[in-house]
Design a binder for this molecule. Sequence first.
Ligand SMILES: [Zn+2]
Length: 339
Amino acid sequence: MVHRLAGLLALALVAAACITGERPVLVDETVPTEDSTSAVTIGDQAGVGEESAETVPTDSLPLSEPDPSLPARALITPTGVVVPVLETTDEHYAITTPCGGTSTLVWGTPIRTATVAIDPGHGGDESGAVGPNGLKESDLNLDVARRMARILEREGISVVLTRTADYRVPLAVRAEIGNRLESEIMISIHHNAPNGADSTEPGTEVFVQSGSAESARLGGLIQEEVVNALSLFEDIEWTTANGAGAIAVLNSDGEDAYGMIRRPEMPAVLAELGYLSNPSEAALFLTEDYRNVAAQAMADAVVRWLETDDPGSGFEDDRTFNPSGGTGGSIGCVDPALE
Ligand SMILES: [Zn+2]
């Protein structure tokens, strides 16, 4: 396959440490670190004006590295938070904070490119759905996103996560991360509520951009891969909504209804993998098996989108829906520590 290693260094999953002395950034603390050998250590101080030293384990040396002349378009802060970079000066990075404010940082690991932006839905005080077993959608989305990112990284596809821990990020900032990085695609990961009707197969829904054939193709591929993969789990009492599938959802003004579909400037989709509100599915979602299978299915769809012209399947007619709002904004948002 074509290796898409440019930007691999940017991946927010690896342990990144600045050799110039600040403490290591450990972004991914809760999942197995089978990729720890690919950890790349880059020191980068904004504007020092000289090449920063870097240490790359020889067993994982990327075949190609991001062009160091590319500007830093996002930054992994010393606390492991990914933020958009507005400007790099001799003294600092000007950044958008997770809550959408502006600030400056002297230290961080620059991200120059990322083919795929993965957006783990919700976070912080906005947990999203909560399963009857107490599982929070924000935690589940993040774990599946991390696993998906790790799989893509192994395929040589560079990835950025719009959220790396349990903090709130308004939709505008999530989209800005992908937009500044000029990612080829953006994928929001969610789990659904409330329950639909009983179903013999997963009630996966993938929302696509109404005006984009490539968003539709990505949505169809994710729908196909996820439904096929999850259908292999036995004894699950699935639920579904009427007309579930790869669909465009428009508000009554005829615009794409969801912010994470409307805001990204590239083909984007939002996947509701299953129903966290359903006890049978919520129990499944607690398992490592589910999280690995879901992540692999999503990654397989991305690879097919990048490397084939496969059309995908599971398309349904457009739906009209007016989101009531209330979450995804910046009011009341508290930034996590950035350094
Ligand atoms: Zn959600």
